[in-house]
Design a protein around this ligand. Structure first.
Ligand SMILES: *[C@@H]1O[C@H](CO)[C@@H](O)[C@H](O)[C@H]1NC(C)=O
Ligand SMILES: *[C@@H]1O[C@H](CO)[C@@H](O)[C@H](O)[C@H]1NC(C)=O
Ligand SMILES: *[C@@H]1O[C@H](CO)[C@@H](O)[C@H](O)[C@H]1NC(C)=O
Ligand SMILES: *[C@@H]1O[C@H](CO)[C@@H](O)[C@H](O)[C@H]1NC(C)=O
Ligand SMILES: *[C@@H]1O[C@H](CO)[C@@H](O)[C@H](O)[C@H]1NC(C)=O
Ligand SMILES: *[C@@H]1O[C@H](CO)[C@@H](O)[C@H](O)[C@H]1NC(C)=O
Length: 289
C-alpha cells in the first residue's frame, strides 16, 4: 500500500511565479504529496514515519514525508525567500504551545496523506483529515494570528500569504476502485466541491493560490504492479487525471474572474512526471546514472 505514495511524492518541482518579496507566510493543504508529518499524529495506515522513508533527509530521519528526502511542499517553499523547508504540521504545533504563537506567523502545513476533496475520501486508511477539515483548522490558526497581531495586521498577513494546494489524486483513486457514476459526473461533482473549498479560503482572506494538478495516477507503482502484461501505466486512470487537470484549469480561471484579487498558478505535475518517465536521461540529476 505504501509504495503507491512514493512515486506521487518524488514528483516534481513546480515553479511558482509569485513575488516572493510580498510573501508573509505559507499555508499548505492537501494530501501525501505535501504532507510533512500530519498523519504521524493520526490513527491512520497512511504513514511514512519509518525507514526507508527519509533516508536522504538530514540525518536519514523519517519525518512522515512520503519521500526519500524533502517533498514537493519543501521544494516549492525553498524557492520562496528564506524558507528551508515546509512550515511544520498543524497537529505537531498544537503540542508545542510555547512556540505556537511565533511559529504560526510564518505558516502552517495542514496536508494529510490519503485525504481528498470529498469528505469521505481515503477512509480506507482510517483517520485522515479531508480538505474541508484542513480549512477548519486554518480558521483556528487565523483566529490565533488575529489574537497575536492586531486584526488589521492579521488580515494583511492572511492576504499576503501563499496557499499551496495539492489534492485530488485520492478522490480519483477511490472513484476508480468503486465507480458509482460516469466519470463526467464525478468530474463535475469534484470540481464543484473543490470550488467550494477555494471560496471558503477566499472568504477567510486568502488571495494567492499555488495549485498543483494531479499527477499521472495510472503510473504509480501500486497500479503498475497490477498490470501483468508489461507493467505499464493504466491509461484509463491517466485519462481521468488529465481530464481533472483540465477541469482544474477551467475552475481556477473562472474563480479568478469571479473573485476580486485572486492570483494563482497551476503546476502541471502530470506533464512534468510524464516528461521524466519518457526522458529519464534528460532529467537525470545524479552524475553516475
Ligand atoms: C485505530 O483505528 C483502527 C481501525 O480504524 C481501530 O480498530 C482502532 O481501535 C483505532 N485505535 C485507536 C487507538 O483509536
Ligand atoms: C487558537 O485559537 C483557538 C480557537 O480560538 C483556541 O481554542 C486556541 O486556544 C488558540 N491557541 C492558542 C495557542 O492561542
Ligand atoms: C499566545 O497568544 C495569545 C493571544 O495574544 C495569548 O493569550 C497566549 O497567552 C499566547 N500563548 C503563549 C504560550 O505565549
Ligand atoms: C455526484 O452528485 C450527484 C448528485 O448530487 C450524486 O448523485 C452522485 O452520487 C455524486 N457522485 C459522486 C461520485 O460524488
Ligand atoms: C499494461 O502495460 C502495457 C505495457 O506497458 C500497456 O500497453 C497496457 O496498456 C497496460 N494495461 C493496462 C490494463 O493498463
Ligand atoms: C485536456 O485539454 C487539452 C488541451 O485543451 C486537450 O487536448 C485534451 O484532449 C483534454 N484532455 C482530456 C482528457 O479532457
Amino acid at each position: 500500500m505504501a509504495s503507491r505514495w512514493v512515486l506521487l511524492l518524488s514528483l516534481a518541482i513546480v515553479s511558482v511565479n509569485l513575488a516572493e518579496a510580498d510573501l508573509e507566510a505559507i499555508f499548505v493543504f492537501g494530501d501525501s504529496i505535501v504532507d510533512v508529518g500530519t498523519n504521524n499524529d493520526l490513527n491512520s495506515s497512511a504513514k511514512a514515519n519509518y525507514p526507508y522513508y527519509g533516508i536522504d533527509y538530514p540525518y536519514s530521519q523519517s519525518t512522515g514525508r512520503f519521500s526519500n528526502g524533502y517533498n514537493t511542499a519543501d521544494m516549492i517553499v525553498k524557492q520562496l525567500g528564506d524558507y528551508q523547508k515546509s512550515p511544520p504540521p498543524f497537529l505537531s504545533l498544537t503540542k508545542r504551545m510555547s512556540t505556537f504563537n511565533t511559529t504560526v506567523l510564518r505558516g502552517v502545513n495542514f496536508a494529510s496523506a490519503g485525504s481528498g476533496i470529498f469528505h469521505e475520501t481515503g477512509q480506507k486508511f482510517g483517520e485522515v483529515i479531508p480538505l474541508g477539515l484542513q480549512i477548519q483548522q486554518f480558521t483556528t490558526v487565523q483566529a490565533n494570528i488575529t489574537a497575536v497581531l492586531s486584526p488589521d495586521k492579521a488580515q494583511r498577513l492572511i492576504s499576503n500569504s501563499l496557499y499551496i494546494i495539492s489534492v485530488g489524486s485520492n478522490d480519483l483513486f477511490d472513484y476508480q476502485e468503486k465507480p458509482t457514476v460516469p466519470p463526467e459526473t464525478l468530474l463535475i461533482n469534484l470540481t464543484e466541491a473543490y470550488c467550494n473549498h477555494l471560496k471558503d479560503l477566499y472568504n477567510l482572506g486568502a488571495r494567492k493560490f499555488a495549485v498543483i494538478g494531479v499527477p499521472p495516477i495510472g503510473c504509480v507503482p501500486a497500479v503498475r504492479a497490477h498490470n501483468t502484461s508489461g507493467g505499464g501505466c493504466q491509461e484509463e486512470m491517466n485519462e481521468l487525471a488529465r481530464a481533472f487537470y483540465n477541469a482544474t484549469e477551467n475552475l481556477l480561471l473562472e474563480f479568478s474572474i469571479a473573485f476580486n484579487g485572486v492570483k494563482y498558478s497551476l503546476g502541471n505535475s502530470y506533464a512534468i512526471t510524464m516528461n521524466i518517465i519518457h526522458n529519464p536521461r534528460a532529467n537525470r540529476r545524479h552524475p553516475f546514472f
